[in-house]
Design a protein around this ligand. Structure first.
Ligand SMILES: *[C@@H]1O[C@H](CO)[C@@H](O)[C@H](O)[C@H]1NC(C)=O
Ligand SMILES: *[C@@H]1O[C@H](CO)[C@@H](O)[C@H](O)[C@H]1NC(C)=O
Ligand SMILES: *[C@@H]1O[C@H](CO)[C@@H](O)[C@H](O)[C@H]1NC(C)=O
Ligand SMILES: *[C@@H]1O[C@H](CO)[C@@H](O)[C@H](O)[C@H]1NC(C)=O
Ligand SMILES: *[C@@H]1O[C@H](CO)[C@@H](O)[C@H](O)[C@H]1NC(C)=O
Ligand SMILES: CC(=O)N[C@H]1CO[C@H](CO)[C@@H](O)[C@@H]1O
Length: 840
């Protein structure tokens, strides 16, 4: 094994160790080693900026652009999980095609000159159906997932071995000249370990040894695993690993952060999740100031949970709030402010990797963290103000520095501030949705799903069957059917009184039909999956059919004993009959898995011909109905989305491909749908006549469905005159920080994407403007020439850089003299020969 570990780690804080560390590097072998200070890749000690991008969450056509943007964002590592359940949907049958092409993805990352962290799991959580475990694993006799249960270990070892072999055969490990520098086994096991007692302890030890035994010659990691085996590096997941991580569990392991959440994933019912650029850059700067050498953004690009790939209740859109949004567009300022942070940290690289760390208290909540060494290692400092309300001035080595509240300034030479986490030098962008001109001539036809009643071909049991084990994930849907015979005497005499049906369900939702008529729906949520449904019903004398369509929204992905989770209808009662309450729980139940439309692939061109489509009547759409139309690809090449806000719940297919579950009727506490708009990758479209199929479970307004194009052509900048100049002007030569401009001053930098140019300056004010991108307003003072000056710098340009300089904007000094100035700009980017009209 080549897992060389420096035995010098303990001595790092002494000067001797600084020299010796450099030597280790000179004689290091090929592949990846590590010591207390950092990973060492092919002999090189490095700072690593990593971002999670999951291959199944975007079509391969999008990968090159995402990887290019990741690289431009300053990343040098891409982290991905391996998704067992999509690769082995049926035991022994494998799929590595299309967006499941793992090898192609890893190779493409390598060809963009980026490294890879491969998190094999094979349990991955990841808001992914069943945490990545194949559902067929549930059926293996006597299996206990994630414990020292022989059947589980056997399957886990076989899959892990297969993936590692696949990587080795393609020479993808760093030791073979490939891009993979780290692999992960298991995932956040600490959070469940206690539930498995000694079986958990034995399992995690076994898992570490099994992985190491596969001889990848790159290190293995376990995240959130304080007791990781000696040969495996434990790493931190969280938001503030600079403060929450207890550190590596061995003296010669580096400090690595595998999941630094850029936002929070969302389940239906959740409000928008916000994590500000200021907060995440503060946390990362803090981590690197405390000997961190690798951080990973989870997610850097989240993408889309196509089809039925999410875990319970998770939205289709995944980490849209990440630095690259669901459509592949950089979300500024998060994207740009992180890119600038990476540049600032790279200017400190030598000091961080070879210097001696020390801490200097500079006042209450004020601190300097310094790395110093000899010669070109030089000196780098992080000055931090941890107070959340007030700016502070600190004196550091004879110079005064202003630190905004809760911020860190980075000084790569211990003198020059090149970056502050609170002063955002990068641009902002606002996302716009535009109704497509070409695509919205939608003419709908419909087919109603037949509401089934008990028949002999169906599975019959006394009680309603457990949902997960009956569908085996072949469908979200399971029909529960029974019949109830009532005498005239049983029914209430008054017309205004009706019997009430009560259904207790373990989740996730249900639609109830009596004698084929839809009577209502009920659902749980991610935190309370069980629910009870009650509704007045109309029963006729004689036989009545009760048909309940149960549905799940993804298998669970977290917690212990996943193989024992339950869902579906449990108890059914009818109250208010003259003979009393009738308990139907043991009444004899018939079951049918899936909808007819699904089972006959109604969403494909071929399958759709097997149905008789009729025209759609005006008015709200009825429950449990399939809708069909076609549309031409929207104009231009901006990303495409579909507005589903007026519909309720179901699924959308484009040319036979599912773009995921929609659930617009599930409102957040703010009264808005958690997700009203759904991504249709351009790669799914052909120029003309794209087949669009919508399954609507509860009813909605079809007229509200619109095909949209998505852009971030509104870009802005807000720069204060005390901000540091853009970090890009600095470079480092022989330990000295130099600027490539004569007078380093702050500038507003605006850059259009995709060869667009600035066609309009919507707002420009040097003074004290207020508001934010898309909503700027003049303040009390404004240099009158602001608009003209900015137009001169920016109009017609693909990018522009406007100095925040009073000699340009305020020669006479008349603009609120004495108070600090800010320059705010908003522009619109578009293709030159397209007539632009701002959408803000
Ligand atoms: C089932 O698993 C348990 C614990 O892993 C083991 O002790 C037991 O022998 C197994 N039983 C069978 C029938 O394989
Ligand atoms: C795992 O692989 C071994 C060796 O190829 C094989 O004998 C065994 O049956 C496999 N186990 C499972 C559960 O597939
Ligand atoms: C910084 O402040 C936060 C609360 O805002 C606190 O949790 C954290 O421990 C503080 N860190 C230091 C180093 O004082
Ligand atoms: C989930 O449902 C329960 C029970 O109705 C409710 O108390 C809780 O607030 C809901 N949680 C969310 C996140 O919607
Ligand atoms: C931008 O222009 C370059 C050079 O003309 C071209 O290669 C590239 O494809 C264009 N990119 C886009 C997104 O239009
Ligand atoms: C390890 C860690 O820091 N976990 C924290 C991540 O952030 C959430 C809040 O979003 C905390 O609840 C966790 O404790």
């Amino acid at each position: 094994m080549m897992l060389t570990k420096s035995k010098l780690g303990l001595l790092v804080t002494t000067f001797v160790a600084v020299l010796t560390l450099s030597e280790v590097v000179h004689c290091a072998e090929k592949g990846v080693t590590y010591d207390e200070r950092s990973l060492i890749i092919n002999g090189q000690r490095m700072l690593l900026f990593s971002g999670s991008v999951h291959y199944p969450r975007s079509p391969p056509e999008m990968w090159p652009d995402i990887l290019k943007k990741a690289k431009q964002g300053g990343l040098n590592v891409i982290q991905t999980y391996v998704f067992w359940n999509i690769h082995e949907p049926v035991q022994g049958q494998f799929n590595f095609e299309g967006n499941y092409d793992l090898v192609k993805f890893i190779k493409m990352i390598g060809s963009h000159d980026l490294y890879v962290t491969l998190r094999v799991g094979p349990f991955i959580e990841a808001e992914w159906n069943y945490g990545g475990l194949p559902v067929w694993l549930r059926e293996v006799p006597n299996i206990t997932f994630r414990s020292d249960s022989p059947p589980f270990m056997n399957h886990m070892q076989n899959f892990t071995t297969m993936i590692i072999k696949m990587m080795k055969d393609e020479k993808l490990f760093s030791s073979q000249g490939g891009p993979i520098i780290l692999s992960q086994i298991e995932n956040e096991y600490t959070s469940v370990q206690q539930a498995y007692k000694e079986h958990g302890t034995r399992y995690i030890e076994w898992a570490g040894n099994m992985a190491v035994g596969l001889n990848t010659e790159v290190p293995w990691i376990m995240c959130k695993q304080l007791n990781a085996p000696e040969s495996v590096i434990n790493t931190c997941n969280g938001r503030y690993c600079g403060d929450t991580f207890a550190g590596p569990n061995g003296p010669n392991k580096p400090t690595l952060w595998t999941e630094n959440w850029t936002a929070q994933y969302r389940t239906f019912g959740d409000p928008p999740s916000i994590r500000s650029a200021e907060d995440i850059t503060f946390a990362v700067a803090r981590f690197f100031s405390k000997k961190g050498t690798l951080t990973n953004y989870y997610m850097y690009y989240g993408g889309t949970n196509f089809g039925r790939t999410t875990s319970s209740f998770v939205t289709t859109q995944y980490f849209d709030e990440a630095p690259i949004d669901e459509y592949g567009l950089p979300r500024d300022p998060k994207y740009g402010h992180l890119r600038d942070l990476h540049s600032a940290l790279k200017l400190c690289q030598k000091a961080l990797l070879w210097g001696t760390p020390s801490v200097q208290e500079l006042g209450k909540d004020l601190e300097g963290r310094i790395y110093e060494g000899k010669g070109s290692v030089a000196c780098a400092a992080f000055l931090s103000n941890n107070e959340t309300r007030f700016a502070a001035t600190v004196d550091f080595r004879g110079t005064k520095y202003i630190l905004p509240p809760r911020s860190i300034s980075i000084l790569p030479d211990c003198k020059t501030v090149v970056y502050n986490t609170r002063m955002i030098a990068s641009q902002f962008s606002a996302r716009n949705y535009k109704e497509s001109k070409f695509a919205n001539k939608l003419e709908w036809t419909m087919v109603k799903e037949i509401i089934p009643i008990p028949d002999a071909s169906q599975i019959k049991t006394m009680e309603p069957s457990e949902h997960f084990s009956t569908t085996k994930d072949n469908s979200d849907y399971l029909w529960f059917m029974t019949s109830i015979k009532v005498d005239q005497d049983d029914l209430p005499l008054k017309k205004t009184i009706s019997p009430v049906i009560e259904v207790a369900s373990l989740g996730h939702l249900l639609h109830a039909f009596v004698n084929g008529e839809y009577i209502g729906s009920g659902n749980g949520n991610n935190t309370a999956k069980s629910f009870s449904f009650k509704k007045a019903i109309f029963l006729k004398p004689g036989d009545n059919y009760i048909s309940i369509l149960g549905a799940t929204v993804g298998f669970p992905d977290s917690g212990s004993y996943l193989e024992h989770r339950l869902a579906g209808v449990r108890v059914v009662r009818v109250h208010g009959l003259n003979s009393g309450t009738r308990d139907l729980s043991y009444n004899g139940w018939w079951h049918k898995v899936g909808l007819d439309g699904e089972n006959l692939n109604i969403f494909t061109e071929q399958g759709s011909h097997m149905f008789e489509w009729t025209t759609v009547n005006k008015g709200p759409a009825p429950a449990l109905t399939w809708y069909k139309t076609t549309f031409d690809a929207p104009e231009g090449n901006n990303p495409v989305a579909i507005q589903m806000e007026t519909m309720s719940k179901g699924m959308v297919w484009v040319n036979g491909k599912s773009i995921g579950r929609f659930w617009s009727s599930f409102l957040s506490p703010f009264g808005k749908p958690s997700q009203p708009v759904y991504h249709i990758p351009r790669a799914f479209l052909q120029p003309k006549k794209n087949l669009l199929i919508v399954l609507e479970e509860m009813g909605g307004e079809l007229d509200g469905i619109k095909i949209l194009t998505v852009n971030r052509d509104t870009i802005c900048s807000t720069i204060g005159e005390l901000y540091p100049p853009n970090v890009e002007i600095w470079s480092r030569e022989k330990g000295v920080i130099r600027s490539n401009v004569d007078t380093p001053i702050p500038t507003a930098n605006l850059v259009c994407m995709d060869n667009k140019t600035i066609t309009q300056v919507n707002f420009a004010s040097y003074g004290d403007p207020v508001g934010s991108c898309g909503h700027f307003l003049l303040g009390k003072c404004n240099a009158p020439d602001s608009q003209n000056i900015v137009e001169q710098y920016c109009l017609g340009e693909a990018k522009c850089s406007v100095p925040v300089d009073k000699n340009i904007f305020d020669k006479d000094g008349n603009t609120c003299p004495g108070s600090p100035k800010t320059l705010s700009i908003q522009v619109h980017c578009s293709h030159k020969n397209v007539r632009s009209h701002s959408s803000t």
